[in-house]
Design a protein around this ligand. Sequence first.
Ligand code: SAM
Length: 207
Amino acid sequence: MTPDVLAAKTRVFDRWAPNYDWLFTTVFYQAVHQRLLSYVHLPSDSPAAVLDMGCGTGKLLNRLASQYPQLQGTGLDLSPEMLRQARSHNGHRPRLIFVQGASEAMPFADHQFRAAFSTISFLHYPDPQQVFKEIGRILQPEGQFYLVDYTPFFGLGTRQNMAGLGGPMHFYSSQQRENLAAHAGLICNAHHPLLGPVLLSVFQKPV
Ligand SMILES: C[S@@+](CC[C@H](N)C(=O)[O-])C[C@H]1O[C@@H](n2cnc3c(N)ncnc32)[C@H](O)[C@@H]1O
């Protein structure tokens, strides 16, 4: 099932990519990114390697690179068309690079990153436990994972099939996020509501 879901999601986001930064996404997701940044703590005096999973058009990494002049950022996404947008709007070459791949099987070395981000992408993952396992693998000891996504809202259940979005979406509560993280050996530091039902959960890999 997972390869079929990933292929369907790729088609959806390839079609959406040329218009992704218009209207809803510009206003809503940009506000989410801005609020997320107020909770991010990265070294400003040394190079930190960070990963954005499901990076889309790369807006979050561009913001992070502006705020942290030594940051080295990698964006990972399934969709070649999203990556095309990200590369053409890369304001921090060569510090930011964009790579095609799935969060379920990341093409990165163990302990490669000081921090990992996922904004409004985790809900699309057909195998969330596998993604957490990968995060546990690619993070350095004491590295942090910033998970930003919808919690269940308007009485909706955790799994929603929305036409046109390439298969199911999953909304995880703070407790469900903690359970997934615990199975991957990550500790939850905090949860912060960002905007409406969008919740930031911060996890840490132990030493
Ligand atoms: C709603 S967009 C969010 C993009 C960006 N993070 C933002 O905040 O604007 C979701 C992105 O996740 C990507 N995506 C979905 N499933 C993925 C997976 N399994 N692995 C990697 N990327 C995935 C999609 O291609 C899409 O670019």
